[in-house]
Design a protein around this ligand. Sequence first.
Ligand code: SAH
Length: 427
Amino acid sequence: MLRARGYDIAPSERDADVVLLNTCSVRDLAERKAVGKMNLLAHLKGRKPELVLGYMGCMAQSRGAALAEKQSAVNLVVGTQRFHRVPEYLDEIFARDGGDAIVDVAEESGSESTIKDHVLGTNGDRQVAGFVSIMQGCEMYCTFCIVPYTRGSERSRPIAEIVEEVRRLVEEGVKEVTLLGQIVTSYGRKEIRKKNGKSAFVQLLEAVNEVKGLERIRFTAPHPKGFGDDLVQAYADLPKLCEHAHLPVQSGSNRILKAMNRGYTREWYLRIVDKLRAAQPKIAISTDIIAGFPGETEEEFEQTASLMRDAQFDQAYIFKYSKRQDTPAADMPDQVSEKEKECRNQVILEILNSGMARMNQKLIGQTVEILVEGRSEKAGKRMFGRTRTNKIVFFDGSERHKGELLPVRIERATTITLYGDIAIHNL
Ligand code: SAH
């Protein structure tokens, strides 16, 4: 939208006339980082008073005017449903000279259709993997989570509109799309009726699967409760749906799961894992874990550790519980100490790492298909791509491989990294 008004991406923040920070509120650390960054930018503005600074995203939504009051260098605070109004607000700021910050954190119906995250064709660089926002908001109200308050109620875009956007991305050269939302498995549950026992989300997956030229479909973020038999079956039926399911479990203790308001038990969760593996034996499963939820005892934590061993995850994101303002868990008794959270985090990480090292070793010698995304800044500046199971593989290749689906043979593996060679087939 800004490009359409003649703006361009500046080579560095020093060269920029406008710097907008898109913020996350899920954990306190993310908020502290954003505030720290804004302080540095305010410093820059000290030497360049015409610099326009703004906050967008979840932190803008939940803190609103308080952000501009605390940091006087801030000109703009725009919440999650008013994203698309940033261009007009910038015009306004440039037209008048100085004055109070513009703060807009209102709700807006229909705003879910205004979010188009892709910036394609930057610097002649073609994009291989694209993101398509399919819904906004969440109504699960997990007791630890701030998202329902920052993103509002669930609102979904129509299937036809999403399919059209995917088609356009494919025309631009995109081969893989990730369908995005705060809780994608709830997609369309208010707007779209079940058809032949299939949820709206599975209907959407089927429609996107039909887009010619598209090779791969992923989605995030889901909720385990959304993995009904129709979605499990989709992993067997839809050739473009990648063999990867992210199933955030959070805890292995039934008492803690209940206190979190997750709506499932450990046993129910493990049954979904089994069903997915039965439907699609190649599937990789990843999860999210929260260490040290209020009231979590040593034994309850041990149940999370044992679930980690039972489920054999391919990947896990482990978080220390972070108190979020106005969420029910923030006021629960028996908050776990920072030191104890750190210790539990470490225990889970070690279980994860030893499992991942074992799984990666097993991949050595196998040939897997990767979609080449580009050159890495790390790993000796090798080219890299992702397997359908969402594992990154580094290999010696050239720029011309970008955007290609390539068979690579895994030659070497560390705990978290795979290295491969291009496999020559049909010799
Ligand atoms: N489905 C949501 C949640 C993503 S947040 C979305 O996409 O917006 C990703 C993970 O962060 C959650 O699965 C949870 O494990 C973790 N998380 C959320 N709130 C947290 C908190 N208060 N403290 C620590 N971790 C949290």
